[in-house]
Design a protein around this ligand. Sequence first.
Ligand code: PLP
Length: 394
Amino acid sequence: MATSQSLLHVDDRHRKSFAPIATPDRLLLGPGPSNAHPTVLQALARTPIGHLDPLYVELMGEVQELLRYAWQTDNRLTLPMSGTGSAAMEATIANTVEPGDTVLVAVKGYFGLRLVDMAGRYRANVKTIEKPWGEWFSLEELEAALIEHKPTMLAIVHAETSTGVCQPMEGVGDLCRKHDCLLLLDTVTSLGGVPLYIDEWKVDLAYSCSQKGLSCPPGLGPFTMGPRAEAKMEARTDKVPNWYLDVSLLNKYWGSDRVYHHTAPVNMNFGMREALRLLAEEGVEQSWARHRHNAEALWNGLESLGLSMHVPADRRLPTLTTVRIPEGVDGKAFSQHLLNQHGIEIGGGLGSLAGKIWRIGLMGYNSNPENVTHLLNLFESELPKFSGSVASAA
Ligand SMILES: Cc1ncc(COP(=O)(O)O)c(C=O)c1O
């Protein structure tokens, strides 16, 4: 019998030969990702197990329990979305916003604008209040907007990575209850590094990421939903318009049914489990204090070099510092020099702050005195070489 032959010709045009991967070991002191903890990297490299293996199912429960601890919440629906922080951000909106719902977004930076965009895509009636980038909202300003717009949800960023501002949250949850709306909080740059009390602050929905305060690579988006948000989701008249992020479906896998939804990124969850275990071992309060201590050393050091911070000390984020680029310095050239000559990443400004600030992250594993000293030494020795690299505007 004749053997069957493939009639199709294999096209080799894209078959290229590359060297095995060899990425450098950078020190990531920008707005994220941050370096992952070595123990987390070891966990990521373990042999995958099945996403319905009883051992994996047990690990899922551990991740959920430790996330509740990190966030200080008892919320049943607390789980990592398979995707980055933006996936978890989208999950909060997709599940609880119905077309025509009024969503009020308090915008004071780049990520507030992303919330506006997302809520609009789910056909919300989006209203905004805005502050210059580097400022925050008072309770009075938030209440006035709640009275004016009568939203079903107030969305706000706790730690604005684009500006370095920490939004004060005391009393915001009470306002939202008083005016009968849900409170959605972006905790991407605060989880693990900045005091955060989801239940005490009466936050109904929150999301975060794996790659900053949790010392894990990017890839998972922690998500939590409280009972008031659950009730809003359950009262929907139509299906959640996003299959992948539908929490009711996801909870059939993460809850007691253990029904397949999608093939979980098991190794990312190994890493997340270790990252959260390390956080619990240290203790959240100790981790918050460590972040503050190291950030203060950075602020003092930068100020003693004559640099000024973009945000007043009492509203500064310990995880992300925004430093004004001195007059006459080409900020981008300096950060490229740090990257190319010293293997250190720092960030530049976004939007209205582009070219005006550097963004320095001290998050999770990277928040330590050695990194602070190393970076300050480089600012002291290298920055003077860049003075006069841009002609002054005057
Ligand atoms: C405050 C804030 N929200 C949302 C995001 C989006 O997260 P991701 O880039 O992980 O999708 C980021 C990313 O840096 C962020 O800083």
